[in-house]
Structures are given as C-alpha cells and as structure tokens.
Design a protein around this ligand. Structure first.
Ligand code: DLL
Length: 437
C-alpha cells in the first residue's frame, strides 16, 4: 500500500469507532435538518413519537420509520425535498414502469459530494489523471452518465461523455482516443463485444484496463465472460438515484464485495417481511440512510435489493464495510410452483455452459390458469448448424442443469444467434406475458 493508493486514506482505513463517530454526528445533523425542513418528515417522526434531539446512538436509527418508493411517488415531484427551491441545482429521476417516476434533487454541495464519493471509488480501483474514461451510461434523467462524468473529471482524467448507443462509433472512439476505462451496464459491455466481433475489432488491441459495470444485477459468470471478451478487469459498481446515483458502493480490485462509502451512506440489512434488522453475513434487503445530502436526504430507504454486509477487513486494506454483490431484487423474485427463483440463479447456470451466448430471456406466461416459466437462450453460431436431434439433447441437458441447481424443471428453448433483443442500458431479462386479471 503506497501513499497514493487511496483517494482519502484517512477514511479508507479508519477504524470502526472512527467511522461510527462520523456516522452518528452526521445522522444527528440529517435528522434535525429533515425535521425542520419538511412537514412530511416532521409528521412521520411526531407520529412515531420520536424526538430528533434524542438520536443518541447509531442504534436509534432502528426506531425511525422506513421510507419507500411509494413515499416518493406520493410526494411527486418535489414533496420530499428538504432545501429551498433556489438551492436545488439539479434533478434526476428513475422511470418506474407504473405510476409517477421518482424524482431526486441535489444542491451544489450534494453534487460535490456525489463527485467525491464516486471519484474515491474510481481512484481506489486505479483510475488516475492519465486515464481516458469512456462514459457509455446514458446521460439525462438517469444518474449513470453524469455521475461518472463528474467523478472522473474530479480525478483529472480525460472523459468521453459518449453516452449509450451507436455501438460501432463507441468502438471507433475507444480505439482512436485510446480509452483505458469503460463505464456502462454489464449487458451493454457484452453487446459491445459482440458488435466488435462482428466487425472484426479485437478488444485485446485496446488499452482498456478497468470497467465499472453496474445499474443492473450481474453474476460472477457474467464477469468472467466480460473480462475474457473485453480484456479488462470488470468491477461491480452499485448505486440508486434515491440515495445519490452511482457512488454508493463499488468493488476494489480484490473483487470480494463492494465497499460502501459509509461516511455518507449508512447501510442496514433487514428481513424484507418483518423489517427486523439482520446481522452481517445474513442475507436480506438493503436499506440506506444518507448522511450528508441536503436537498433530498433519505431515511432508511428500502432498496428492495438483496445482499448481505461483510464486516471483515478486505485484503485491499480498506476498512469500509462491504456489501455482497447484489443478488437481485425482492420484486424480481419469481415464485414458480412454490419455489423462489431469482433470474441471477438462472443466469449463473446458463453462463456456466459452453456453446451458449450470454443472451437470454425468462418468459413468464399463464396456461390453463397455471403460471409457466420458460428460458430462451441463444446458442452459438456453430452449434446452431447442428442437427435438430442434437439441439434437442442440448436443451434437455440445460434443463437438467437448471433442475439440479434450482430444484424445478424449467423448459428451455434454444434460439438462433442474434434473436434476443440487446440492451444499451439496463437489460430486460424477464418477459411477463401473463394476462393481467
Ligand atoms: O442504476 C445508478 C447506477 C448507475 C448505478 C450506474 C451503477 C452504475 P437507478 O436507475 O435508480 O440508479 O436504479 C437503481 O438499479 O436499486 C438496483 O436494483 C439496480 N442496481 C444498480 N446498480 C446495481 C448493481 C442506478 N451493481 C437500481 N448490481 C438499484 C445490481 C444494481 N443491481
């Protein structure tokens, strides 16, 4: 560990007591800020009989009510803002599939904090002034593009704000400008590799070294695939608009969990059904409280993302607590014939089988009042030329592998190469064709 290893060595290596001291001070400030600034929070806290002056320990947080996406929707668009209008300099939003989108606001200071937390993550993974950072996340209401833009600029790197899409141009720019860092969704990274292969571009010629991939769940098997195809180190970066955007947590080069920027975001894991707080190592729903944001702090925000906390110090030397790679969302969980199935479990099995492309779709349907689930997956070009019999045997062998991993029989349908829709942002892995009753 050299003196330039970490962006902020003091925070990166601080003791648990130091971090908790910072967290408590900031939590007290946040609670008193929201209580005074916003009638929604005042009512909530008064209703629960909570005195903002009585937050004496970090444990007191467990007395505070959770905040949900529904609360944000009901207060659409600016009802949960806690800074006066003239201090808000930016809004972002995440597009829900139903109802109002959730809108988030930032003061100037919030934007600085956002750039700081994400710069920290990028720097600690090895990004420096000399780097060329290609930001292929969407710019706009989505937080991905702007988040990485400002963070990489803060480091002093040269940033290419190319946004998503126009993949051939992405590859040309990557080659001509000598990009060393790539930021996008993992599914888009894979799609880039596919286009590159088609037009005869070889990634191993590129100076790419690190990719920050996130905004959607992806498995270890997908990581191996991306690292092999793009010749880079693929790191998982996590965040959500409600909490700040990307910059909440990210893997270091050890790739053993995502370090949480704990001095800005307080993490808890709860049992999604009972709301009870779980211990490190126990799997449940991630809940975050922002500790420094002013425009729109969140208190015990229920992310619906499934993970667990890892307290042990990481081999990289950072003491900031880690969260396990998110395994999916509570609302993505499929219940098939009574068995809980996560798309990530299916992905893990598919990616472990040769002769399949990393493009799949989980199709839900309803036949004779019964829910059915089928997996469509593309086969590689050479196997597609094989005889029907061989393909049928191959389908059956994939079904067997899914059965032994998940415990239910799932019908597999092999598809021709290039027939499943590709994404340039967040991938859609589940197609729900069940009629809404
Ligand atoms: O996706 C922020 C982001 C942008 C993170 C770019 C990383 C990179 P939202 O659009 O609000 O914000 O979506 C947040 O996306 O609750 C998770 O369900 C999912 N998600 C984000 N990162 C990851 C990840 C951005 N690394 C929602 N792994 C979150 C799994 C992720 N899921």
């Amino acid at each position: 560990m050299g003196k330039d290893t970490f962006w902020d060595t003091e925070i990166a290596t601080s003791s648990r007591e130091q971090i908790q001291k910072i967290q408590l001070e900031r939590l007290q400030e946040t609670i008193s800020h929201i209580y005074q600034a916003n009638p929604f929070y005042k009512q909530r806290m008064d209703g629960a009989g909570l005195d903002p002056e009585k937050i004496r320990g970090l444990d007191s947080i467990q007395k505070l009510p959770f905040t949900t996406k529904e609360d944000l929707r009901q207060n659409y668009p600016f009802g949960l803002f806690c800074s006066p209008h003239e201090q808000i300099v930016r809004v972002h939003s995440s597009s829900g599939t139903t109802g109002n989108p959730t809108v988030v606001g930032y003061t100037k200071q919030d934007l600085e904090i956002w750039a700081e937390v994400l710069a920290r993550i990028m720097y600690d993974a090895g990004v420096r002034k000399e780097d060329v950072v290609q930001v292929s996340h969407g710019f706009g209401m989505f937080t991905g593009g702007f988040g990485f833009q400002y963070a990489a600029e803060k480091i002093g790197a040269m940033v290419i704000p190319i946004s998503g899409g126009n993949t051939q141009r992405q590859l040309k720019v990557m080659d001509d400008y000598r990009s060393t860092v790539l930021c996008c969704t993992p599914s888009y990274a894979l799609y880039m590799s596919e286009v590159a292969q088609k037009i005869g571009v070889d990634f191993s010629r590129f100076p790419l070294k690190i990719g920050f991939f996130g905004a959607e769940p992806w498995t270890e098997a997908m990581r191996t695939e991306i690292e092999n195809r793009l010749s880079l180190t693929a790191l998982d970066s996590y965040g959500l608009s409600e909490v700040i955007g990307p910059g909440v947590s990210c893997e270091c080069l050890a790739k053993k969990g995502l370090h949480i920027n704990e001095d800005h975001f307080l993490a808890e894991i709860i049992d999604p059904d009972s709301g009870e707080v779980l211990e490190p190592g126990q799997k449940g729903e991630l809940v975050f409280t922002s500790l420094t944001k002013k425009a729109m702090p969140v208190i015990r925000y229920r992310t619906k993302d499934i993970s667990y906390l890892i307290e042990e110090t990481c081999s990289c030397g950072k003491t900031l607590m880690r969260m396990a790679k998110p395994m999916g969302r509570t609302d993505d969980m499929l219940i098939i014939r009574g068995v809980n199935v996560f798309p990530s479990q299916i992905e893990e099995v598919l990616m472990g089988i040769g002769d399949l492309e990393p493009h799949y779709l989980i199709v839900l349907d309803r036949k004779n009042y019964m829910d059915t689930l089928e997996v469509w997956v593309e086969v590689s070009e050479h196997i597609f030329q094989e005889k029907i019999m061989i393909l049928e045997d191959f389908e059956k062998s994939i079904e067997d592998k899914l059965y032994s991993a998940i415990g239910i029989r799932i019908h597999v349908s092999l598809k021709e190469p290039q027939t499943i829709a590709r994404s340039q942002g967040k991938a859609q892995r589940v197609l729900d064709r069940r009629k809404k009753d």
